[in-house]
Design a protein. Structure first.
Length: 168
């Protein structure tokens, strides 16, 4: 058996991923359509309204996603190719979940504290470095970034409560 056609079915089939992505893309296209109509999607004597061109882009996105969905439905019974195996997906999650937490952390506690935590914890848990080295690098990178952006270049980045305590 080839690697894309396992006997045990240990993974997510490509056709299932195609269906899910087609649905997600259709939803995004529908959102563009909805907002375009809200803004005005017609042509007036003065020219196009703000939603005119986005409306047609959203329409093309919806039509394309329907074509992908229909093609995937036609292959649903016959195509057994595996998109990702469970052990491979776990490795993806090791990167995806902390990265998602980092992005949320930037919104809640600012970029500098989130970066220090992300770098330090990633070094410790994934890289298996010691706690002292991991904390030192995480904090060091964040302090250097803070000095570079906030102090020297005067470029404000998202900050949280810690920066407010020190007057930024």
């Amino acid at each position: 058996m080839s690697q894309n056609h396992p006997a045990n079915g240990d993974g997510v089939r490509s056709v299932v991923v195609d269906l899910a992505v087609a649905v997600a893309i259709f939803a995004l296209g529908a959102l563009v359509l909805y907002d375009s109509v809200r803004l005005g999607a017609s042509w007036t004597p003065e020219g196009p309204q703000p939603g005119y061109f986005p409306f047609y882009i959203g329409l093309l996105i919806c039509i394309s996603s329907l074509a992908v969905f229909a093609g995937a439905l036609l292959k649903l019974r016959s195509d057994r190719a595996i998109f990702v195996r469970r052990h491979e997906f776990r490795r993806v999650l090791v990167i995806l979940l902390p990265s998602t937490a980092y992005v949320l952390g930037v919104q809640l506690i600012g970029i500098y504290v989130s970066s220090a935590l992300f770098i330090g914890l990633f070094m410790r848990l994934v890289g298996r470095y010691g706690w002292l080295r991991s904390a030192g690098v995480g904090i060091g990178v964040s302090v250097v970034a803070f000095m570079l952006f906030e102090v020297w270049f005067k470029i404000p980045l998202p900050k949280g409560p810690l920066e407010a305590l020190i007057g930024y």
